[in-house]
Design a protein around this ligand. Structure first.
Ligand SMILES: *[C@@H]1O[C@H](CO)[C@@H](O)[C@H](O)[C@H]1NC(C)=O
Ligand SMILES: *[C@@H]1O[C@H](CO)[C@@H](O)[C@H](O)[C@H]1NC(C)=O
Length: 200
């Protein structure tokens, strides 16, 4: 006589199978980009290799013009790290970027808490430079570090939509030294991707 599968066993087995298969389903994330501390988008299906939803808010002071940019979208978890990082090149050029990554459908819908930059100098000074179209720059000035920016950092990457290289040096948070390659930093009409960071 053949052993027959008990109905409960069958149910548990099929539930388990569905769960396992479910992990391969494409994720849906809120997608939007706009000026200001939050944006509202629409749920969109992510590419199969994008296993995270991301929400980023960046405050950028570029040539003394302050802008806040919000970005939501799909991302790879290998390029996505929740938390905050900040850089200062000089008082007229700095940025802070807050991000949250999550792995459930629509989990990036809520806005991030308001962004607050700490402007208090912490005593550290770092070599500083900003350059486009290159992977390295030679420090020509000194940055006065503020708040939690307790490291001297060098960052290089690409500026989109054109895909041009950029390089900066200055003060950074500890997290800025360890940004994952591919980390997105939306800023106004531009999108930066960080390729490499190092603590000097
Ligand atoms: C701002 O930064 C200074 C210098 O690092 C620090 O002493 C202070 O506690 C910070 N303030 C807040 C509110 O985090
Ligand atoms: C990105 O960094 C890698 C090494 O970390 C380097 O080989 C590559 O040329 C860099 N690409 C760009 C576009 O900067």
């Amino acid at each position: 006589m053949k052993p027959s599968m008990k109905p409960e066993t069958f149910l548990v087995a099929s539930a388990l199978l569905c769960t396992l298969l479910g992990l391969g389903y494409p994720l849906s994330c809120d997608v939007c980009v706009s000026d200001g501390p939050s944006c509202r988008g629409k749920l969109q299906t992510c590419a199969p290799d994008e296993d995270s939803c991301i929400v980023v808010v960046t405050e950028t002071n570029r040539k003394a013009s302050l802008a806040v940019t919000s970005y939501k979208g799909c991302a790879k978890s290998s390029q996505c790290e929740s938390g905050f990082f900040g850089f200062t090149m000089n008082p007229e050029n700095y940025m802070g970027s807050k991000r949250h990554c999550c792995q459930k459908d629509g989990c990036n819908q809520d806005p991030l808490p308001a962004f607050v930059r700490n402007h208090t100098e912490n005593g550290l000074r770092c070599p500083s430079c900003i350059a486009a179209f290159t992977e390295t720059c030679t420090a020509t000035a000194e940055a006065l570090c503020v708040g939690e920016e307790t490291h001297c950092v060098a960052v290089s990457g690409l500026m989109w939509p054109a895909g041009d290289k950029f390089a900066v040096q200055g003060c950074g948070t500890k997290t800025a030294c360890h940004s994952k390659p591919g980390t997105l930093v939306p800023s106004g009409a531009r999108l930066f991707t960080i390729n490499r960071t190092s603590c000097l």
